[in-house]
Design a protein around this ligand. Structure first.
Ligand code: ADP
Ligand code: MG
Length: 586
């Protein structure tokens, strides 16, 4: 209750707005509301997902023109045109998304600029959309017989739509799909290895952001009752992005703050600056440019985190509820061959990192892969797990050829892995990082998540993550930021994350590095236990005591090739191995 208090107060104040405020402020709030809807989409797309779009204004235009055209030319009901506008926007967004989202780095924003400009000129040049003059005579919205023909009456519709977008977005982010979305920025490769289809996830947030923009356009058209291309141009697209950044690009409520600050500031500057400079002109554009640079330099996270500190409520830690365990995979019988690598070769340009590698891992054994630095062990891991596929050769997992499969498809078949250079989402909690590992064990999609209809499944996923964390000894750190753990424990977190996927084969790349003696013993104990449960483990490790005390078989690599294989005691005596490790010293 205490946690919801600021929200309740905020909504109460909002509801009173039109009753007490003069017309001017109601209008201002209407615009802030409509801009905020677009900005919320950008928070999801850019702030959280890391995909920068300058083209959102074009989607606003699609929503506005769809209803403008259909209501004036064919007298279609505005509520129906809302749906049609959303459908049109969805089709356009899907096409643009498929074309541009595969672009990486700076090419993506450039791509959004390109289609942003194209759509803008399309609006202005299509005869039936009224060219640059636009469309007039758009009908008043009616809501159960109530005419929304004043700013005051329209206000409630706008803010209801905005609050709906805020809550749906917050719910979505706080879900299995939301973790996948949050993993996009900086964790794409890891997310794929945990089974997340990152290409699909990008399309999903692109679509949601476009649909929000379209709703905003629909509202705009019926509030203004005319549309022309001006508000859907590139410079407005930049302003939307600006709102999201100033407010706090990664915070949903930041969108409101950003839209509010920018809208009010713009209004004010447009009055003030021409007086200061003694001539008319769009001086506020210069001011905004300077402001953007300041924000990016001084307050990367925008205004929201700073504001949130003023609200005297701490975000509570939700206890993880007990929930029924998730269904488990049927484990292969002990001794069955899980993994078979045949003549695997991996080249990076002229460098042969793996050459003619052969190895097998059986259920219920620990197979160690050792060798000096640069021998090609991590490369082998990446080939096996599909993170960076082999150049040639065969890899079979559970009797099925997998060397051409994507890492997420291999993960789905029951292979889990950790990374030598830990790949986790440092600002997310330990618990949520591990829950990403259980991604494939849930199936509820975006819509149930946005409406929080997936709480039962979510509880089971989080309970599983908690169980695995307790199992590896991190049970006391569930709500810590993952990045705050010492590096050794971050590696252990990765093991818990891999276990959360319920794998039958586990690939561990230097799991004991950075651990203290007792922690290493606990890790060895855990691995023995997993082995006794029938898990196959492929282990890369430099600590020879650790390896030799644990491994059932050992493969030794040097310069990308296998130089020895056998029982630990055999390998330790092999002169070739001694030569590789000690450089021939007696
Ligand atoms: P290990 O894990 O045994 O220490 P790696 O598999 O990381 O060794 O590296 C094997 C060799 O391949 C090294 O010479 C390394 O520099 C090279 N290598 C690894 N990954 C890449 C890459 N993505 N591009 C180019 N060279 C790479
Ligand atoms: Mg390595």
């Amino acid at each position: 209750m205490m946690q919801r208090l600021p929200l309740i107060v905020f909504i109460a104040v909002l509801a009173l707005g039109p009753v007490v405020l003069p017309e001017f402020y109601v209008t201002l709030l209407n615009y802030i509301g409509m801009y905020s809807i677009v900005a919320v989409g950008l928070v999801l797309l850019t702030g959280v997902g890391g995909l920068t779009s300058f083209g959102q204004a074009a989607f606003v235009g699609l929503g506005a023109y769809a209803t403008g055209y259909l209501t004036t030319a064919f007298a279609v009901s505005p509520w129906l045109t809302l749906l049609i506008g959303l459908a049109v926007t969805a089709v356009v967004a899907l096409i643009l998304g498929f074309l541009t989202l595969r672009l990486s780095g700076h090419y993506l924003p450039l791509g959004t600029i390109a289609w942003g400009i194209s759509l803008y000129f399309l609006f202005g040049n299509l005869e039936f959309l009224g060219g640059h003059t636009g469309l007039t005579g758009i009908p008043v919205l009616e809501f159960f017989g109530l005419k929304l023909d004043t700013g005051r009456s329209f206000y409630y519709l706008i803010w209801l739509a905005l609050l709906g977008a805020v809550f749906a977005t917050q719910n979505l982010l706080d879900s299995r799909e939301g973790r996948a979305i949050r993993a996009l920025k900086g964790g794409g490769l890891m997310a794929e290895a945990m089974g997340v289809d990152t290409a699909r996830t990008k399309i999903v947030i692109f679509l949601i952001a476009a649909l929000y923009a379209s709703v905003s356009g629909w509202l705009y058209a019926h509030l203004q009752r005319f549309v022309n291309p001006t508000p859907f141009g590139l410079h407005i697209g930049i302003e939307y992005l600006f709102m999201a950044v100033v407010g706090g690009a990664a915070h949903v409520w930041g969108a409101l703050v950003g839209a509010g600050v920018i809208t009010v500031l713009k209004q004010w500057l447009q009055d003030l600056l021409p007086k200061v400079f003694g001539q008319s002109g769009n001086f506020e554009v210069i001011f905004f440019g300077i402001l953007l640079i300041l924000v990016l330099q001084r307050a990367r996270d925008g205004l929201w985190p700073w504001l949130a500190r003023l609200v005297p409520v701490k975000a509570g830690q939700r206890a993880v509820a007990d929930a029924a365990p998730l269904p488990r995979r049927e484990m292969p019988v002990v001794g069955a061959v899980l993994l078979e690598v045949k003549n695997a070769r991996k080249q990076f340009g002229g460098l042969v990192a793996n050459n003619d590698m052969n190895l097998t891992v059986k259920a219920g054994e620990v197979m160690a892969l050792i060798g000096p630095n640069g021998a090609g062990k991590s490369t082998m891991f990446n080939c096996i797990s599909g993170v960076d596929p082999v150049t040639s050769g065969e890899i079979a997992f559970l009797g099925e050829r997998i060397e051409t499969l994507a890492s997420r498809d291999i993960a789905r078949r029951g292979m889990g892995r950790t990374f030598q250079h830990v790949r986790l989402l440092p600002t997310m909690s330990v618990l949520e990082n591990v829950a990403i590992g259980a991604h494939l064990r849930g199936g509820k999609g975006v819509l149930p998540a946005a409406l929080h209809l997936e709480r039962a499944e979510e509880a089971r996923l989080l309970a599983e993550a908690k169980r695995q964390l307790e199992r590896v000894g991190l049970g006391e750190h569930l709500f810590d930021e993952a990045g705050s753990l010492p590096l050794g424990q971050q590696r252990i977190l990765e093991i818990a994350r891999a276990l959360a996927a319920d794998p039958c084969l586990l690939l561990l790349d230097e799991p004991a590095a950075g651990l203290r003696y007792l922690e290493k013993q606990a890790l060895a104990e855990l691995l023995r236990k997993l082995r006794s449960e029938g898990m196959g483990i492929l282990l890369v490790e430099h600590d020879m005591d650790f390896v030799m005390g644990l491994a059932d078989r050992v493969v030794v690599m040097e310069f990308g090739e296998k130089i020895s294989e056998g029982l630990p005691e055999e390998v330790q005596k092999d002169p070739v191995v001694l030569e590789a490790y000690l450089g021939g010293v007696e």
